[in-house]
Design a protein around this ligand. Structure first.
Ligand code: NAD
Length: 484
């Protein structure tokens, strides 16, 4: 594939090389080939990006909401028109099959459309104080320049989920994409420029030195907000660094999603749902089903069916249309997945399909099902981030809820049941930011995405998504005097 877009830094509306001329390679995880060399931002480039965002902030905040909305709408239309180019770029640098990359482009673009519709609806309120002595005016203003740090697993959607609401609210930003997947972010920067985003309003700085470049920005009093999507370990460090400036933070962190199959579930639907919840993005998703909890009365039927379906996948390069599962992102990720499986087997689990690292190029790992996994096994405690489904059984609803909640994470739970009372009990007792009932996928631009406990702070998407980029300002006004 020959790239049609720029691979330099995008700062202040200009495409320019890194100040020290450095570049770094972007690799295809299916074969290790270098796709492209990308400019490698230095800490000085980071400072330039913050200066550009700061300089553009006042004018962007004063731009009419309708104008901001129309720019976002144009960006949605351009991403949609260039969907094939986006999908191919995502597949090349991240590895997911083309059909899934297309689904990400659709999902990612939808945030631009959703927030184009929200931009003109930012409102405040006016009320009378309880003693009628004054009037309370509450308005909402853009928070100011934001820093966005995104992961490699959804290179477009993780960027649009932050940039779209920020633009809608009137905030400027700097995006630091993951070093594994900077190409999609650069293509998106080009789209924003085409759509009419003014110079400096969005800046994109790929770098291999994430900490060295973002640290000084987080420490600067010019920055007003940090939004991070990535691992809980890095998120915790960033929250600590953000404390010095009491910076507003949004954190979309790791998950350990339980996928619960109750005895009254439609079992065929549950198997289909588990496949989606487990294999979407090759399991490299924060919302991936990490622990499959199945009622003991249906466990054998469920495991047999899931094993059969998991075994039917075709591994290969994502651009090959026969491929249903691509490689993992890198060697470290594959080694971790394999180690978790090896350890679970040593603990007493049984592999019913998959479970071995294949020979050959690329970071492939086969869809794998584990049964009889002991509850103490590490694979049930950590985010697997690969196509491995550990199954454990339960005998009562309370036991299922207790098992589901026995984790420091709280991003999403999935449950299959036909009982409405049970659904309501689950909604009120599971420690989670999101709950999918009879579905293996909850992500929706119109819904508030985010976690509780160590899965994060804040929400992206929905009506709530724009709140992350707005400050509340209260004005107390003396009550009117009687007419003369
Ligand atoms: P990661 O934490 O290693 O990296 C995420 C981003 O942080 C990358 O851009 C990376 O370059 C940057 N980074 C790393 N160290 C940094 C530092 N010291 N200072 C500043 N930036 C730093 O995560 P990853 O491996 O890229 O992504 C996978 C993780 O992301 C998983 O844990 C997954 O659950 C999580 N994730 C969460 C959500 C969500 O919405 N909750 C969505 C997608 C992914």
């Amino acid at each position: 594939m020959s790239l049609t877009f720029r691979t330099d830094l995008f700062i202040g509306g200009q495409w320019r090389p890194a100040s020290n001329g450095a570049r770094f390679p972007v690799l295809d995880p299916a074969n290790g080939e270098v796709i492209e060399q990308v400019a490698d931002a230095s800490p000085e480039d980071g400072q330039d990006a913050l200066r550009a965002a700061d300089a553009a902030q006042r004018e962007w905040a004063a731009t009419a909401p309708r104008v901001r909305a129309e720019i976002l709408r144009r960006a949605f239309e351009i991403v949609t028109a260039r969907a094939d180019e986006f999908a191919e770029t995502i597949t090349r640098e991240m590895g997911k099959p083309l059909a899934e990359a297309r689904a990400e482009v659709k999902y990612g673009a939808e945030f631009l459309r959703w927030f184009s519709e929200e931009a003109p609806r930012i409102s405040g309120r006016y009320s009378t104080a309880p003693d009628a002595g004054s009037r309370l005016l509450v308005l909402r203003r853009p928070v100011g320049p934001c820093l966005f740090i995104t992961p490699w697993n959804f290179p477009l959607a993780m960027a649009t989920r932050k940039i779209a609401p920020a633009l809608a609210a009137g905030c400027t930003s700097i995006l630091k994409p993951a070093a594994q997947t900077p190409l999609t972010a650069l293509l998106f920067a080009e789209v924003l420029q085409q759509a009419g985003v003014p110079a400096g309003v969005v800046n994109v700085i790929p770098t291999q030195q994430a900490g060295a470049v973002t640290g000084p920005l987080i420490g600067s009093d010019k920055l007003r907000k940090l939004s991070f999507t990535g691992s809980t370990a890095v998120g915790k460090q960033l929250i600590k660094s953000a404390a010095d400036q009491v910076l507003r933070v949004s954190m979309e962190l790791g998950g350990n999603a339980p996928f619960i199959v109750f005895e009254d579930a439609d079992l065929d639907a549950a198997v289909e749902g588990a496949l989606v919840a487990k294999l979407r993005n090759g399991g490299e998703a924060c919302v991936a089903a990490n622990r499959i909890l199945v009622h003991e009365s249906v466990a054998e039927r469920f495991s047999t069916a899931l094993t059969e379906r998991m075994g039917k996948n075709v591994a290969g390069h994502g651009l090959d249309t026969r491929t249903t599962i691509g490689p993992l992102i890198d060697k470290g990720t594959r080694d971790k997945v394999n180690d978790l499986v090896v350890e679970a087997v040593a603990d007493g689990a049984t592999v019913t399909v998959g479970g071995t690292v294949p020979d050959g190029e690329g970071w492939f790992y086969p869809p794998t099902v584990l049964v009889d996994v002991p509850s103490t096994s590490r694979i049930l405690k950590e985010e697997i981030f690969g196509p491995v489904a550990p199954i454990i059984t339960f005998s009562s609803e309370q036991e299922a809820v207790d098992l589901a909640n026995a984790t420091e994470y709280g991003l999403v739970c999935f449950a299959y049941t036909r009982d409405l009372d049970r659904t309501l009990r689950l909604a009120e007792s599971l420690e989670t930011g999101m709950l999918g009932i009879n579905t293996g996928i909850v992500s929706n631009p119109a819904a508030p995405f985010g976690g509780v406990k160590q899965s994060g702070i804040g929400r992206e998407g929905g009506f709530e998504g724009i709140d992350e980029y707005l400050e509340t300002v209260y004005v107390g006004i003396a009550g009117p005097s009687a007419p003369k």
